[in-house]
Design a protein around this ligand. Structure first.
Ligand code: TYC
Length: 139
């Protein structure tokens, strides 16, 4: 099968093409297919076609928080609750993962949403004079 596939074998790139279909070409035509040109009534028969429609999924972006030695833990928890809609327990857990491992993915979004989250976090941290870093990366 043609196309581009992800590791899970789900199609990630689908193409839309219209190609002649020899099987359909031999089928009887519907009346509306016999004459399809206003200036040449009854003389033009259209080529039967089969359309292969393949859909393309938009790329997704991981938003990550990076650890540092200065930003207070409660501030990071607050960011995760406020901008990523996490409950307190989940926010605390992710904050601890960042603290221990150096970084963690806090969500996966479309490009525009990811860009907005990064900007919101960076702006909020800067306004509170914390060096917290938030970045995004194509999945
Ligand atoms: N390491 C920070 C501290 O000990 C806490 C922290 C966690 C900072 C996550 C940034 O993304 C971060 N106060």
């Amino acid at each position: 099968m043609a196309g581009v596939f992800s590791a899970t074998n789900r199609p990630i790139l689908r193409l839309s093409t219209t190609v002649p279909n020899p099987q359909e070409e031999r089928l009887p035509r519907r009346p509306d297919q016999l004459a399809d040109r206003e200036d040449d009534p009854g003389t033009h028969i259209g080529l039967a076609t089969k359309t292969h429609t393949k859909t393309q999924r938009p790329p997704m972006y991981k938003v990550m928080l990076l650890n540092d030695d200065y930003t207070p833990m409660e501030f990071v928890v607050h960011i995760l609750e406020r901008f990523f809609g996490l409950g307190h327990a989940a926010a605390f857990e992710i904050m601890l993962t960042v603290h221990k491992k150096g970084l963690a993915v806090v969500g996966v979004f479309s490009f525009e949403i990811a860009e907005t989250k990064v900007a919101q976090v960076m702006d909020f941290a800067r306004r509170h004079q914390h060096p917290l870093q938030c970045t995004m990366e194509k999945e």
